[in-house]
Design a protein around this ligand. Structure first.
Ligand code: LLP
Length: 413
């Protein structure tokens, strides 16, 4: 994103001309940003047997997955639908990890049939898995008794979290494994999402390595994803080089004590795609109440639910007039709920200073590459936007805008 000729441009194309071509609202991604994020991440970790699994729940557009595949990335999937999409994107089943929660028998059979590594996150599931697939290899997800994340909904470790086999239950885990002759080949953990607290992340990694050292047959340790990006100018980006050095040192120490070659896996989602994506939306109404001035736009929490669900901050630019005098406003969506506010904060509606907009102006909502389209819905029967790549002055459609026909295509009437 840059300001060129007094307009916000994405991939060197003005937001206005992208909307002119593809309509509003519109998701735009800068692919070279995704690639450079991936390379930065990969290069920061010097341990030679490292595998990066893209957590495609962040954005499962096939063109984005293909981009990462070309770079040598693997896939972390949390549903068989994500596995299906990854296979369509050309990933080999050996390069996919399945970390579904509350896995059904059908899902187990689907993975085993396709040779996909399955990651089990509960003792009862491990028992069921053992019953079905006695004597096989398995990976287990451990809850290390600590968690972190940008919102309570996104903390996946510690006593309040539904995820993983609790670290205190390792003896029970071993018992079940031995009853069914299961070989515990992988240990996994993911403590939350939107983590900027690096010491805590490393502490969790230490707990997981201690846990892995109790299993002789483990040859794969996955320390999860969850690394945050700055959404607000007050937040600092993670120093990925320093984090990488710490991870490498810690893991190398652990690996040196093992006889077998051991793989280090990580599962970034947001870190790779969040900052590469933008949601463009048109101002269609401006109104005042005694409290606020509202800029009403043609998108809503059906397209980017993060402010509505988590009170998450997303930087908003006036793409048509980025250098105009700022004014204090609230940006409201077009969904029939009062909470449909793009400037929603953790405690309720917040105002913002944005360069003074007129009807017809295009707003650019930043950091929309992760958990934007992938969490979108058809609420209020509104079609989802198109998605495009923009790079070096060239644009490419990677998903068509939905039509009214798409909205009703599965209905039987
Ligand atoms: N691995 C596992 C097992 C996960 O559950 C997740 C995210 C990730 C990796 C990737 O986390 P990331 O690197 O993207 O933080 N909708 C929320 C985020 C939910 C994340 C769920 N799990 C949001 O918009 O902030």
């Amino acid at each position: 994103m840059e300001i060129i000729n007094h307009k916000v441009s994405l991939g060197n194309i003005s937001s206005e001309s992208l909307v002119g071509k593809y309509g509003s609202p519109l998701f735009v991604y800068e692919p070279e940003q995704i690639i450079s994020r991936y390379q930065k991440f990969k290069n920061a970790i010097k341990y030679p047997h490292t595998q990066i699994y893209y957590a495609c729940k962040a954005n499962s557009n096939i063109s984005i997955m293909k981009l990462l595949k070309k770079e040598g990335c693997y896939i972390d999937a949390v549903s068989t639908g994500e596995i299906y999409t990854a296979l369509k994107a050309g990933f080999s089943s050996f390069n996919i990890l399945y970390t579904g929660d509350n896995i059904t028998d059908d899902e187990m059979f689907y993975c085993v049939d396709k040779n996909i590594r399955i990651n089990i996150g509960s003792l009862s599931l491990l028992e069921r898995y053992g019953n079905r697939f006695r004597g096989t290899d398995v990976t287990v997800r451990i809850n290390p008794n600590i968690g972190s994340g940008h919102h309570s909904h996104c903390i996946t470790g510690g006593p309040e979290s539904k995820f993983g086999i609790y670290i205190h239950d390792i003896d029970e885990l071993k018992k079940i494994a031995s009853n069914y002759r299961l070989r515990i080949r992988g240990i996994h953990s993911h403590i939350g999402s939107g983590i900027l607290d690096i010491p805590l992340y490393l502490e969790a990694m230490g707990i997981i390595l201690d846990c892995a050292s109790q299993f002789e047959e483990v040859n794969f340790v996955d320390i999860g994803g969850g690394l945050g990006v700055p959404y607000h100018h007050k937040e600092e980006p993670i120093d990925i080089e320093i984090l990488g050095e710490n991870i490498t040192k810690k893991f190398q120490n652990f690996a040196d004590k093992r006889d077998e070659k051991i793989t280090l896996a990580l599962e970034p989602g947001r870190f790779l795609v969040a900052e590469a994506g933008f949601l463009l939306t048109k101002v269609v109404s401006i109104k005042k109440t005694p409290k606020y001035k509202f800029l009403g736009v043609d998108s809503g929490f059906n397209h980017l639910p993060r402010p509505f669900i988590y009170g998450s901050y997303h930087r908003i630019l006036n793409a048509s007039r980025p250098e105009a005098e700022p004014e204090e406003i609230v940006v409201s969506g077009n969904i029939c709920e009062s909470g449909d506010i793009f400037t929603q904060g953790k405690e309720g509606i917040e105002t913002r200073y944005i360069p003074k907009a007129r009807e017809g102006d295009i707003l650019c909502i930043c950091n929309a590459g992760a958990y934007g389209y992938s969490m979108s819905s058809n609420y209020n029967n509104r079609p989802r936007p198109a998605e495009v790549f923009a790079e070096n002055g060239k644009d490419k459609l990677i998903r068509k805008r939905e039509t009214f026909e798409d909205l009703i295509s599965n209905q039987v009437y």
